[in-house]
Design a protein around this ligand. Structure first.
Ligand SMILES: [Zn+2]
Ligand SMILES: [Zn+2]
Length: 194
């Protein structure tokens, strides 16, 4: 346990997909304790999507027939279940991770944990009244967060380190040639991700 925790990088130091998963899983465990979320992590898989362009994260889950949010189900009667909730997968968007602050990412994870809480209890999940109530309690948004690919990216002209990103036109975007990178003191290179 202690070994596992120490292997988790700081949020700003994440560069690999498995690091993002490790960080997010650790965060999820802490969030469960702090906000008393009723989630079983042994039935949760994690993955990173590099293709998702809009949704910051999503919970992929099987359709369970005849289920309603707010009405706990007996998993014993669900085919393919051994009495436990069916497994689901949290899909994390790499693009959203790159665009979000740590606080925004944490809020995104709490939103997805609420979907898992509902799914594991009721076999269904949605953004209705019950979700709104829980979202307030765990201080997250009711709507799934969206993200945008930044309009402009600025890199150090020497080593290529990303220096800044901007989502809209602003003085920095126009006057970036006046700036120098912290890493090498070099000029910046501007690009527009597609
Ligand atoms: Zn949602
Ligand atoms: Zn540099």
């Amino acid at each position: 346990m202690a070994v596992e925790e120490s292997a988790v990088p700081a949020f700003e130091e994440i560069t690999e997909q498995d690091e993002l998963v490790a960080w997010s899983r650790t965060y999820a465990r802490e969030a469960r304790r702090e906000w008393l979320l009723d989630v079983r992590f042994d039935l949760v898989e994690w993955e990173v999507s590099t293709r998702a362009r809009r949704r910051a994260a999503a919970v992929k889950r099987p359709e369970v027939p005849d289920t309603t949010v707010g009405e706990p189900i007996d998993w014993e009667r669900v085919p393919d279940s051994d009495g436990r909730p069916l497994p689901c997968t949290v899909s994390l968007s790499w693009g959203a991770f790159e665009a979000f602050s740590q606080a925004e990412w944490g809020s995104t994870l709490r939103h997805e944990l609420l979907h898992i809480e509902q799914f594991q209890r009721d076999g269904a999940t949605g953004h209705g009244a019950a979700f709104k109530r829980r979202a307030q309690e765990v201080e997250t948004d009711v709507r799934c967060r969206a993200f945008a690919t930044p309009e402009w990216l600025f890199r150090c002209g020497d080593c290529g380190t990303e220096v800044a990103r901007r989502y809209r036109d602003c003085a920095f975007v126009r006057e970036y040639e006046a700036y120098r990178s912290d890493c090498c003191g070099a000029g910046l290179v501007r690009s527009q991700p597609e």
